[in-house]
Design a protein around this ligand. Structure first.
Ligand code: TPP
Ligand code: MG
Length: 414
């Protein structure tokens, strides 16, 4: 399918002088049009956080629920599409809030909230095809949802009894990765494999999407992944959810430039999307995946969003950030803007919103019921999925372990 890929157009159109700022945000971040040396700290922060410049931030649905189409990222907005995205986001948020509450009740050891990042994850997740592969970090419950993972399978990870027992090949969704940035290397290798196997080059091509945070961009693994993917033209969409915090470290401790602009240094396109706008995330992700499946990858997407809750349930964000910031981002809530658009355009009525609410309530009840009665995985599970094929040493160890368990059980019976 692949054939000899021509030189990709996006690479020819990259600016010749990499030091010349191309956008207002970059100019702000680097000081007045790059004529001065290092930017001041306030210029850095202003540049990193600027979200009002349409030139830099792809937005289709405003926080007030106004839709403005763009020729470069066309999307057919139908009632069915919007209702589906709304339902996805409401259910995923409910999953997240239940997970948080179950941790507080002692049912889970830890919870990693996605609150505020629903649009980024559902937009990206719904842009993927079944044949595409996803590599998550640990916060991607919304992407897992889109990949058809039974949400209860995520709960064992946070109870500490399981490593995630879905089949990564069947769902094309890699296990959660806690080691920051490490999945970027895995994803680069996988996408290079797609390229070597000739699965790239036309509309039927495959692509990979890799999810990581703003803090992860400071990891060596991410740099290495960018380099490998770039020089092999791997069909890889790097999807960075910039939620502006890496636990207690703000974005200005990670970069002097908006993160999407790092892509230029590696020779592939970077784009910043409003991460709280599900339509923009969907349209931009579809475009990026399409570039990749046609052999024009990789692409970096920076989804500019905000972590509305703590890093995890072990974290207390009031120690390091002001509540004003949260209040400001509540006005940009990803779900509310879709609800406003649906209601104002007659795409949904009370019955629709009530039925989604009822679905969320029964989903939550099922999750609680499951968690209170969560089965412990059998101890011999530790031997599963260690190697792709059988291994005599491991098989012998499993037998020995099973007979030990037998003895243990019989001893307990006497
Ligand atoms: C290699 C490594 N270093 C440090 C940590 C501890 N750690 C866990 S989450 C985290 C912050 C990650 O921030 P970011 O990449 O922005 O993702 P977010 O949690 O905001 O989604 C750190 C430093 C880790 N898990 N792995
Ligand atoms: Mg972060």
């Amino acid at each position: 399918m692949a054939g000899d890929a021509p030189v990709t157009p996006h690479k020819e159109s990259l600016p010749k002088d990499p030091y010349q700022p191309t956008t207002a945000v970059e100019a702000a971040a680097r000081g007045a049009a790059g004529l001065r040396g290092a930017p001041t700290p306030s210029e850095v922060i202003a540049g990193l956080r600027a979200t009002s410049n349409a030139e830099d931030l792809i937005q289709l649905l405003s926080p007030e629920g106004t839709f403005t189409p763009r020729d470069d990222f066309p999307i057919e907005v139908t009632a069915e599409l919007l209702r589906g995205l709304y339902r996805d986001m409401v259910l995923v948020r409910r999953f997240d809030r239940e997970g948080n509450a179950l941790q507080r009740q002692g049912q889970l050891s830890i919870w990693v909230p996605l609150l505020g990042q629903e649009a980024a994850q559902i937009g990206a997740g719904r842009a993927m095809r079944r044949t595409d592969m996803a590599f998550p970090s640990y916060r991607e419950h919304g992407v897992a949802w889109c990949r058809g993972i039974d949400p209860t399978l995520l709960l064992g990870i946070f109870r500490g009894t399981d490593m995630g027992s879905w089949d990564p090949v069947e769902h094309k969704f890699h296990p959660y990765t806690i080691v920051i940035g490490n999945q970027v290397l895995n994803a680069a290798g996988y996408a290079m494999g797609q390229k070597f196997d000739g699965k790239v080059g036309d509309d039927e091509g495959e692509a990979t999407m890799c999810f990581f945070g703003d803090g992860a961009t400071s990891q060596g693994d991410v740099h290495e992944g960018f380099v490998w993917a770039a020089v092999y033209d791997a069909p890889l969409v790097f999807f960075c959810q910039n939620n502006q915090w890496a636990i207690s470290e703000p974005t200005e401790r990670q970069s002097r430039l908006p993160l999407y602009q790092r892509a230029r240094g590696y020779g592939f396109p970077g784009i910043r999307v409003d991460g709280n706008d599900v339509l923009a995330c969907l349209a931009v992700s579809r475009w990026a995946l399409d570039e990749c499946r046609h052999g024009n990858g990789p692409v970096l997407i920076e989804a500019f969003t905000y972590r509305m809750d703590a890093h995890t349930t072990t974290d207390d964000p009031t120690r390091y950030r002001l509540s004003d910031e949260l209040e400001e981002w509540k006005l940009k809530d990803p779900i509310e803007r879709v609800r406003a658009y649906l209601a104002c355009n007659g795409y949904a009525d009370h019955d629709f919103f009530d039925s989604v609410q009822a679905d969320a309530d029964s989903f939550a009840a099922d999750l609680r019921e499951y968690t209170f009665n969560m089965p412990e995985p059998p101890p011999e599970r530790i031997f599963s999925n260690v190697y792709a094929e059988g291994n005599p040493v491991l098989d012998a160890q499993r037998e020995e372990f099973l007979s030990y368990l037998d003895g243990f059980v019989s001893a307990g019976e006497h």
